[in-house]
Ligand binder design. Structure first.
Ligand code: IFM
Length: 465
């Protein structure tokens, strides 16, 4: 079967390996709300979102979808959908309000309650330690541009493991360090909103170092299913010209290889390190760092949304790029329909990516930790939310994934992004990624048609249909 053969009404054509995990994902700041409850300290996203002009219409995560209090209802929704697993993140400033030092037990207790609720519902908790909400107190000391933040992250990992290690089987250190470093410190589109290549390059390395140090702490404490989540965007050159080919190499380097390769091989890709050094922003590597960064993992989390086609241009684009030394590189507009994020729809890029990862990270099982799409969903007169575009996106990407599995990619699970509509960072509440619609006025949750389609895929897989 090819990805184009799958239509919403023929979902039964999909088949997955035995024991395949199906879940949905969220992240703390995007759903919890309750930002000043139970001793939580401020995070960089509180600061950023409350700074005028930083986010769509000044939207913040202050309330979000009130998951902090509504989590029992949200777990019940997951159970109704038949999910095997739920990927969520812990808010570092709930646990250590100033990033280090005093532990806030009430913050840990929230995650204990959530985890217990999941376990009781038969849903496996997949915990991510860092999905972008750095304690503001650490940012005040330099954030990820400062090496000490990596050490503080490892301490934090130990605190969370001590509290939850007995009940959480699946652990992940970071979500998308590419975004935390390059969107946050280079493009300025995410917190802390800086535009500084030197800080960005330092943030890249310190995030990876923090990942490696935390991995060592968690291993020592007994974690045996440990991974990291990276976001990948296949980059193709617009033409065969040497300039376009080099533009694609540069962006592929920083987006796709700069984080994965050192974890897997213990070395940064030489071309990427050279690009950063040539831009005056060398990676601040110290003796022994790469050994720490390449501490073995049990799985790799893969986030995939779309692919890019890139082109070299003669003059600087004048746009804030997340990529270092890429002033003369631009993305082409996606061909074909786009989601409300303006992202193209490229299931074939998903297959291609998974086959590339099979080769770049041999022996490392893959879990799709995010994949999804945003659409202008509304509750219809019949009370339902009809989202045929998301159903189509979901089924075509599941099909693309199975193609890769059939060709030898060791993919063992898939988490839809996202369980719920939520706070889409700088795009605020304008972008709806959920399988479940949330009315932001009333907080009423309504499973969309895509939620029902996903539940049906899961049911058929479970029943061996
Ligand atoms: O909402 C985000 C998520 O937090 C990280 N990965 C991409 C998603 C969609 O933009």
């Amino acid at each position: 079967m090819t990805s184009t053969d799958v239509r919403p009404d023929t979902a039964t054509g999909l088949s997955f390996p035995p024991g395949f995990t199906f879940g949905a994902a969220t992240a703390s700041y995007q759903i919890e709300g309750a930002v000043d409850v139970d001793g939580r300290g401020p995070s960089i996203w509180d600061t950023f979102s409350h700074t005028p002009g930083r986010t769509h219409l000044g939207h913040t995560g202050d309330v979000a979808v009130e998951h902090y209090v509504r989590y029992p209802q949200d777990v019940a929704l997951m159970k109704d959908l038949g999910l095997d697993a739920y990927r969520f993140s812990v808010a570092w400033p709930r646990v250590l309000p100033t990033g280090a030092g005093a532990v806030e037990q009430r913050g840990l207790d929230f995650y204990r309650r959530l985890t217990d609720e999941l376990l009781e519902a038969g849903i496996a908790p997949w915990l991510t330690l860092y999905h972008w909400d750095l304690p503001q107190a650490l940012q005040d000391r330099g954030g990820w541009a400062d090496r000490d933040t990596a050490l503080r992250f490892a301490d934090y990992a130990g605190v969370v493991y001590d509290a939850l290690g007995d009940r959480v089987p699946h652990w992940s250190t970071l979500n998308e360090p590419m975004c935390s470093s390059l969107l946050g410190y280079m493009a300025g589109q995410h917190a802390p909103g800086h535009q500084d290549a030197v800080e960005a390059s330092r943030a890249v390395h310190h995030l990876l170092l923090g990942h490696g140090l935390a991995t060592q702490v968690l291993r020592d404490k007994g974690a045996d299913h440990l991974g990291i989540t990276l976001n990948f965007t296949p980059m193709s050159p617009a033409t065969d010209s040497p300039a376009d080919v080099d533009a694609a190499r540069r962006l592929d380097g920083q987006q796709n290889r700069m984080f994965l390769v050192p974890i897997v091989t213990g070395e940064y890709p030489a071309d990427v390190a050279a690009d950063l050094a040539a831009a005056g922003a060398p990676l601040p590597i110290e003796d022994g760092d790469l050994e720490v960064i390449s501490t073995p993992l049990d799985w790799l989390g893969v986030n995939y949304y779309f692919r890019s086609v890139v082109q070299a241009v003669a003059e600087p684009t004048g746009k804030a790029s997340p990529f270092i030394g890429a002033e003369r590189v631009q993305d082409l507009e996606p061909a074909g329909p786009t989601t409300t994020m303006g992202w193209g729809i490229n299931p074939e890029g998903f297959t291609e990516l998974l086959l590339r990862l099979r080769d770049l990270a041999p022996g490392l099982p893959l879990f799709i930790t995010e994949n999804g799409s945003a659409w202008p969903d509304q509750v219809s007169a019949d009370g339902a939310v009809h989202d045929p575009e998301r159903v189509d996106y979901l089924l075509r990407h599941l099909a693309a994934m199975t193609e890769a599995i059939d060709a030898g990619a060791d993919v063992r699970g898939y988490f839809a992004w996202s369980l719920l509509d939520n706070y889409e960072w700088a795009r605020g509440y304008d972008q709806r990624f959920g399988l479940v619609h949330v009315d932001y006025e009333t907080q009423v949750r309504t499973p969309k048609d895509s939620a029902h389609a996903y539940a049906e895929v899961l049911r058929q897989h479970r029943d061996g249909v």
